[in-house]
Design a protein around this ligand. Structure first.
Ligand code: NAD
Length: 341
């Protein structure tokens, strides 16, 4: 039995990853360290609560004493690091928490891992040779793309973050890189595109559209709605993380994206169209009539799109869902959740 530390497991992607990982691998114990900020929700992990191989600890990744205690007490042999402040809008209003958690928190975790697993630079302690630190990052570190469909983010695209959020994630990626180059720590980084799916916090685009539509409120869309993202169903992301964690090459970065570029207008209209069928409005009108354009986000990146060739070729990963199939599952999940509450 090996113990793996998952940080931020009560957030959107973490709470999809933890049950997937527990179910797939019987030989791992999981410790989920999460501060339960507004973004963390233990309701999303109800299915794991009684699993004897799952342990939850409420705490801050910036708390070095706590992180050291967890490594020693549970003999942590691997880390999958999700914990972060993750909402771009919040980073514009209040960047401080992003700098603390995303940069300093990543430093604390990786430095504790290095000291717990290694004797000195490039020399692992006996029995700790295969310990791995997997840092979860974002395609937003690469900045924005033009609308030329041939232009895609590859692993070698220079970093050019534009928001305090993406700048803090870019910084954390650089810290991880430094621990590989200077200390020989066994790390991998994945930079992923926009995720959607069950358990996402209400503040993000897809749940905002679904919730406002069902409540018959206006559906807010930034600017002209033509910002393009490369949408990935969350479970496809979890499967990519699993592959990179187990088979990725030490010190390498892998981009994960679904080859599903859609603009916000399409996303909103598609969700409205599906809701028109699943849950028609009482007055017979279309949900899309509720769409309302609001002032654009400052510094709003125009287009993100990932070239996932590396993970597809080297690790045989491929997104199983396209946006049209994934969004149906997502809507089903939110309808069931809203009906239960
Ligand atoms: P989220 O905001 O839903 O969850 C973050 C979790 O981290 C929450 O449970 C929160 O309580 C916890 N947390 C925050 N600060 C903490 C701290 N100081 N100590 C311990 N726990 C803390 O985020 P998410 O959407 O699940 O994203 C997870 C990771 O994936 C992040 O690193 C994010 O940058 C990255 N990512 C997200 C997306 C996306 O589309 N959501 C895309 C690419 C990369």
């Amino acid at each position: 039995m090996k113990t793996i530390l998952i940080t931020g497991g009560a957030g959107f992607i973490g709470s999809n990853f933890v049950p997937y990982f527990l179910d797939k691998y019987q030989e791992y114990n999981i410790i989920n360290l999460d501060l339960l900020t507004y973004a963390g929700n233990l309701e999303n992990l109800k299915e794991c609560e009684t699993n004897p191989r799952y342990n939850f600890i409420k705490g801050n990744i910036c708390n070095r004493e706590l992180v050291e205690f967890i490594f020693k007490k549970y003999d942590v042999m691997g880390v999958v690091h999700f914990a972060a402040e993750s909402h771009v809008d919040n980073s514009i209003v209040n960047p401080e928490g992003f700098i603390q958690t995303n940069i300093y928190g990543t430093y604390v975790l990786i430095d504790v891992a290095y000291k717990y697993w290694m004797e000195e630079p490039f020399v692992a302690k006996t029995d700790y040779e295969s310990c791995r630190f997997h840092h979860i990052s974002t395609d937003e570190v690469y900045g924005t793309l033009s609308e030329d469909p041939n232009e895609l983010f590859v692993e070698k695209t220079p970093y050019a973050p534009n928001s305090p959020y993406s700048a803090s994630k870019a910084s954390s990626d650089m810290i991880v890189r430094a621990y590989v180059k200077t200390f020989g720590l066994n790390c991998v980084i994945t930079n992923c595109s926009n995720n959607y799916g069950p358990k996402q916090h209400d503040e993000k685009l897809v749940p905002t559209i679904i919730r406002n539509a069902l409540e018959e409120n206006s559906i807010p869309i930034y600017g002209d709605g033509k910002n393009i993202r490369d949408w990935l169903y969350v479970l496809d992301h979890c499967k990519g993380i699993d592959l990179v964690y187990h088979n990725g090459k030490k010190g390498e970065t892998y981009n994960i994206g679904g080859r599903n570029e859609r603009d916000n207008n399409y996303i909103a209209k598609k969700i409205c169209e599906l809701l028109d069928v699943k849950k028609p409005r009482k007055d017979g009108k279309c949900y899309s009539e509720l769409i309302k354009y609001i002032n654009d986000r400052p510094g709003h990146d125009r287009r993100y799109a990932i070239d996932a060739t590396k993970i597809e070729k080297m690790l045989r990963w491929k997104a199983e869902e396209d946006f049209e199939s994934g969004i149906k599952k997502t809507i089903e999940w939110y309808l069931a959740r809203y009906e239960a509450h």
